[in-house]
Design a binder for this molecule. Structure first.
Ligand code: GLN
Length: 494
């Protein structure tokens, strides 16, 4: 039998259902992989071994009872630490959260439980999901399993690293401006941000509520389909949840792309894009053509506005969402304060890291009277222009193909000194959130340094199936998604 952790989630689920392997064996294999790699990559903030083994036993019982609970029953997963897990410490990688134990379960966690998932623990991330490198975590940076001197991307860097390093079969992350797709790209895994509203945000600690969305990071498009089948769907506890059809993505996978048209926005392949990344992403078009798709180039000039628009809206919402962390209601509280104002001040000064403070200040500024019209209202207007440009493109194309990030994974420390440069590197991902669209990142090769490159497929709202079909087709013809960093294969590179 091949090394357990090299199976995809759907493959492992199949073995478990056939009884060729027990859920306990799979869970123990994952826990021991975490133990071996944690000191190297720091992908986890909390490991819940005991709970995982208890859930494994439960899942095994359901399997033995022949309960029909789906393809992921018993498959161990890990969860980004901004998703509330009942009774399990949830930190958002921030000091200010202290030892917060959520008194409730996020909707996605209830759904995973219903599907018989085993949860291994909580994953490292940028503090409050603000960042592109997982270096702003209070719990220390996560390292890229392909090269431990590089960042895994962010903010779901722990999720991407854990999946890439074969410490779990899949993970849930969140994506406000690229935080699932960009780390997936840097770490060579498949990650998907669903349509805004397709997955409930209930229990996701908010960064920018109008942009945040939970989604999967996994080995394959097939795995992403299976996970989305579990977590998508209307939730009355989330006011922005969509009443959309849910389920059936896995069963609906079809690699025949005959009659599908893929648009390539040439604006995304010009200045600032690493030549290796350009070459690899464009090579995806040839594989899709081989499966029957038609590929056409087009212009998408709104790309020049997406970064400033995103950073104004995201910071504005963050400054408002984070006002609840004041040392009174939950989380950590500073000591030695004189009065209530001093308590707020000291707690927030000591509890938030500098990137989070920068966003709060920026957000408060763009929302303040006198600047609101010039910045925030203007950004909302431009957001509509961006959305219309994408809507327009989708009258001609079924899918859009573009890069995920301008480069492969930078070295640790490189981005922290220049936040503006880090913000600019989000250029290819943030538009998808501003327009509320689904987007997927999949491995499409390596640069000359051997680092993974990701390609992005974007679809119209609720076009998850079309995206997954194209990625599935691509993964039938390539094996980049099967490659693992040497350390994950038991080698010495780490
Ligand atoms: N890098 C972007 C930011 O810092 C996106 C983060 C995210 O998607 N959570 O805002």
């Amino acid at each position: 039998m091949q090394e357990l952790l090299s199976y995809s989630a759907v493959e492992l689920g199949r073995l478990l259902r056939k009884g060729e392997l027990s859920v306990k064996e799979a869970t123990e294999a994952a826990l021991s992989a975490i133990e071996r790699r944690q000191s190297g990559n720091n992908a986890f903030i909390t490991v819940t071994g005991e709970q995982a083994l208890a859930q494994a036993e439960q899942a095994q019982r359901r399997l033995l009872a022949g309960e029909d609970i789906g393809p992921l029953t018993g498959v161990p997963a890990a969860i980004k630490d901004n998703i509330c897990t009942l009774g399990v410490k949830t930190t958002c990688a921030s000091k200010i959260m202290g030892d917060f134990l959520p008194p409730y379960q996020a909707t996605v966690m209830e759904k995973l439980e219903g599907a018989g998932a085993v949860s291994l623990g909580k994953l490292n991330m940028d503090e409050f999901a603000m960042g592109s490198t997982t270096e702003t975590s209070f719990y220390g940076a996560t390292k890229n399993p392909w090269d431990l001197s590089r960042v895994p991307g962010g903010s779901s860097g722990g999720a991407a690293a854990a999946v890439a390093a074969r410490e779990c079969w899949y993970a849930l992350g969140s994506d406000t401006g690229g935080s699932i797709r960009q780390p997936a790209s840097y770490c060579g895994v498949t990650g998907m941000k669903p349509t805004y509203g397709a997955v409930s945000r209930y229990g996701l600690i908010a960064y920018a509520s109008s942009l945040d969305q939970i989604g999967p990071l996994a080995r394959t498009a097939e795995d992403c389909a299976a996970i989305l089948d579990v977590i998508m769907g209307k939730d009355k506890r989330d006011g922005t949840s969509l009443d959309a059809p849910c389920g059936g993505l896995l069963a609906g996978l079809n690699p025949d792309l005959t009659g599908k048209t893929v648009g390539i926005p040439v604006d995304c392949f010009e200045d600032g894009l690493d030549p290796d990344v350009r070459e690899r992403v464009l090579s995806v078009a040839d594989v899709l053509k081989g499966r029957g798709a038609k590929v056409e180039e087009f212009r998408l000039p709104v790309m020049q506005y997406v970064v400033p628009t995103y950073y104004i809206i995201a910071a504005a919402e963050a400054s408002s969402n984070l006002s609840r962390f004041d040392g009174v209601k939950y989380g950590w509280r500073a000591s030695g304060y004189e009065d209530l104002t001093d308590l707020y001040c000291k707690t927030r000064t000591e509890g938030f890291g500098s990137e989070v403070k920068r966003r709060i200040l920026l957000g408060t500024f763009v929302l303040s009277s006198g600047y609101y019209d010039a910045f925030y209202r203007k950004a909302l207007q431009v957001k509509h222009v961006i959305k219309s440009a994408f809507d327009d493109a989708f009258t001609k194309y079924d899918l859009i193909l573009m890069p995920v990030a301008p480069t492969t994974a930078p070295r640790l420390g490189e981005s922290l000194s220049d936040p503006l440069k880090m913000y600019l590197s989000d250029i290819y991902t943030v538009s998808v959130n501003l327009a509320g669209l689904p987007g997927l990142s999949m491995p499409c090769g390596f640069d000359r340094q051997g680092l993974p490159v990701g390609a992005q497929l974007i679809g119209p709202a609720l076009g998850e199936q079309a995206i997954l079909n194209a990625a599935y087709a691509y993964q039938q013809d390539t094996d980049y998604h099967k490659q693992a960093p040497v350390a994950a294969e038991g080698g010495e590179r780490a």
